[in-house]
Design a protein around this ligand. Structure first.
Ligand code: FE
Ligand code: CA
Length: 506
């Protein structure tokens, strides 16, 4: 890129003065290091992670955002007011070249169930201000919680209005369930990816930087702490463990493993994650629990890194092999970890934040999706039966991936109409993936799947309000994301009463 710029400069010829002037202006503008905004995540009762990444020139092809190969001190402050007159914590972190000048500050010593503001200072500049919040103390419910979640934000397909509307709800917590970036090369639609399909660490770093320059995304991060888990497109479409989907046949296996490792490294660098998620040996530890007092427990799953390969070559088809009881979607260790955590019954609500469609959905030909839990039905059975055995009061599965809104009752035996409802699944549609969508004309395959209760094909998010007695659920949508700044509306609301699994209409 340096070479390319120099060539433009050299060949500027007759416009040399103009080029110099513009170059001078660009250089001045390119000194502000906080072009990617700020974020916070993974709250505890006494702390939270604060994130930023310095990138005065975010689209530089080397992935370093215009930063030099040196360590940069980054001051941070936490206050109880937006004007920073009441600062309660401050310190200095080091942004290193090796982690693309990202910082992950794990603040402690804060009050439980409390709102805070934070900001950074580096290289003589002050960052935008973010709002964050700590979790309630263990053993207490804290305030009612407004939690919003979404997934799937293909940058080229439209504007991030959904993120803006989420931020305006002033949530206490945001969950992002994956496909935060997409790996494909530039293919101009409403907007255009910088660069070709992602291959190396610098490519992933630049892609995150491009996405994060979006003001609506920055507003959503600045509004609340996030709990994030990736899906497939943070690496490559529909990969499974070390198995590729076949989209990059030109790579050798070691090259593909390096690509996955690079993708995980960039994910860690760009998300408000604790140091425990720092990649190690090409792997990343992301499944984790976040306790929200006695109100809720968030079990955040990684459904890509440990899964068996998709059966029958993936896709949508009838596939008896999928029923092999040895197959697992989260992998045995994570399945057991999940059941252990559910059995602790720490919160009224046990929310399982994960990626792919959980409820059974078959069509008239008994075909089903092999990338979701229908491709791993034994794994789903073990989890559902496990939570029933453990007396889990209010399990709610939260899902992304499919670019559609769904609301589903969960049953131990989906094929038996008399089988009791044992839980609920809320599926968020996408931020932008899939474009504007269309008005809904019925629930697909509902004749074969009576437990599927709601469907929509618009872009949006799910807004939940949790108390110790009920969860109110609003499916929010914007009609167009190919036009900027559209309003959001509620398409449909449900209530889930504590102690009564399944969807109820308010
Ligand atoms: Fe997606
Ligand atoms: Ca996906």
């Amino acid at each position: 890129m340096t070479r390319f710029n120099r060539r433009i400069f050299v060949f500027g010829g007759g416009a040399a003065v103009g080029t110099l002037t513009m170059g001078g202006r660009a250089a001045a503008a390119a000194t502000f290091p906080f072009t990617l905004g700020v974020a916070s995540g993974d709250p505890l009762p006494d702390g939270v992670v604060l994130w930023t990444r310095l990138a005065p020139a975010p689209l530089n092809a080397d992935g370093h955002g215009g930063m030099p190969n040196q360590n940069i001190p980054v001051d941070w402050e936490v206050a109880t007011d937006e004007g920073f007159t009441a600062i309660v914590q401050r310190g200095t972190a080091t942004a290193t070249y090796g982690e693309a000048h990202s910082v992950h500050v794990e603040v402690g010593g804060l009050q439980p169930d409390y709102d805070y503001f934070y900001r950074f200072r580096a290289q003589g500049h002050i960052s935008p201000v973010g709002r964050t919040r700590t979790a309630p103390a263990f053993g207490t419910p804290g305030r009612d919680l407004l939690m919003a979640f979404t997934s799937c934000a293909q940058y080229e397909e439209g504007f991030y209005t959904v993120y803006r509307r989420m931020a305006e709800d002033r949530p206490g917590l945001v969950l992002h369930l994956g496909d935060y970036i997409y790996e494909g090369g530039a293919n101009k639609r409403i907007r255009e990816h910088a660069g070709a399909e992602l291959r190396y660490l610098q490519d992933y770093r630049r892609r995150y930087a491009q996405y994060k320059t979006d003001a609506d995304l920055q507003a959503a991060h600045a509004a609340a702490p996030w709990l994030v888990v990736p899906d497939d497109h943070e690496v490559e479409n529909n990969y499974a463990g070390y198995s590729r989907s076949g989209n990059s046949p030109e790579l050798t296996d070691p090259e593909w493993r390096q690509r996955r490792a690079d993708a995980y490294q960039a994910y860690y660098e760009n998300m408000p994650l604790r140091g425990g998620a720092r990649p190690n040996g090409g792997n990343i530890q992301l499944y984790r629990r976040v306790r929200w007092g006695t109100l809720a427990t968030f079990h955040m799953l990684d459904t890509r890194q440990y899964r068996h390969d998709q059966a029958c070559g993936d896709g949508w088809q009838y596939c008896p092999e999928a029923g092999d009881p040895t197959r697992s979607l989260p992998g045995t260790a994570q399945e057991n970890w999940l059941l252990d955590g559910l059995g602790q019954r720490n919160g009224t609500w046990d929310l399982i934040g994960q990626q792919v469609f959980f409820a059974r959905r078959v069509d008239a030909n008994d075909a089903f999706g092999l990338d979701g839990w229908d491709g791993y039905p034994a794994s789903r059975d073990r989890i559902q039966k496990g939570w029933v055995q453990r007396g889990v009061r209010n399990p709610v599965v939260l899902t992304g991936d499919v670019h559609r809104s769904w609301a589903n009752d969960l049953k131990v035996d989906f094929t038996n109409p008399a089988s009791p409802v044992v839980g609920t699944e809320l599926v968020s549609t996408s931020v932008s993936s899939g474009g504007d969508g269309a008005d809904t004309t019925g629930i697909p395959d509902s004749a074969y799947n009576p437990h599927l209760k709601f469907y929509s094909n618009h872009r949006g998010y799910v807004r939940t309000t949790m108390s110790s007695t009920q969860m109110n659920v609003d499916f929010r949508a914007v009609k167009k994301i190919t036009t900027a700044n559209q309003p959001a509306t509620t398409l449909r609301s449900f209530t889930i009463e504590a102690g009564r699994p399944g969807l109820q209409t308010p």
